[in-house]
Ligand binder design. Sequence first.
Ligand code: ACO
Length: 209
Amino acid sequence: SHPGWPARLGPLRVGAGVLEVRKPKLSDAAAWSRVRRRDRRHLEAWEPTAPGEWDNNNAAFAWAGQWSTLRGLARRGMSLPFVITVDGELAGQVTVGNVVRGSLCSAWIGYWVGTHAVGGGVATAAAALVVDHCFADAGLHRLEATVRPENTASIRVLRKLGFRQEGLFRRYLDVAGGWRDHLCFALTTEDIPSGLVPRLVAEGRAEHG
Ligand code: ACO
C-alpha cells in the first residue's frame, strides 16, 4: 500500500456541524446521488465536463463505477479520494489527484460541498485536514488547486487556507462545455511547518471534535 492511504481524518467541529473525512464507500451511492442530482445547478459550472446526462452520471448506479475508479487510483498511489461527512451525513468530496512522486512530490486538490452544508466552513476544514495529511503522512511536498476566476467561494476557501496565487492557465480545463481559464494556486510544506488545522483552530474557524 502507499503512504497515507487509506486514512480517516478528523473529527473537527465547524459552523455546519461535526466534520469527518474518510475513504469513499460503495454504500455511499444513495446519499451521493441524492445530493449530486439535487445540486446540479450549484456544481455544474465548476466541474469538468462529463459526456452524457447529469442525472445519469449522478444516478446511484453510476457511483459503483466512480467508486471503483477512485479505489483503483488510490491503491496505485495516484490519488487520495475522500468523502466529507457532516454529522454523519455525506456532505461532499475532497480529491487529491495526479500524484507524482520522485523530484516533484506534487498533486492537485479539488473539492465540492452540497448546498445543505455550504457556508459553514466545511470545504475549508476538510481541505485543511487533507492538506495536512498529504504533507505529514503521504509524502507530498506541493499541492496545486486550479479554480475559475468567477468562482468566488472557492477562491475564498483557498485564500483562507493560505494557498498563494501563482498564475493564470489559459483555456486550461473543459468545464461546463468549454475550455475555461483557471487561476492556479499552490501551497508547499515550507509554507505551513506546523500544519493548517492547528492554524484554523487558532483562528477560531474549527475546533477539535
Ligand atoms: N461571494 C463571496 N464569498 C463567498 C460567496 C460569494 N458568492 N459564497 C461563499 N463565499 C465565502 C463564504 O462566506 C466563506 O468565506 P468566509 O468563511 O470568509 O465567510 C467561503 O466563501 C466558503 O468557505 P467554506 O464555508 O469553508 O466553504 P463551503 O463549505 O461553503 O464550500 C465550495 C465552498 C466548495 C466552493 C462550495 O460552494 C461548492 O461546492 N461549490 C461548487 C463546486 C466548486 O466550486 N468546487 C470547487 C472547484 S475549484 C477546486 O476544487 C480547487
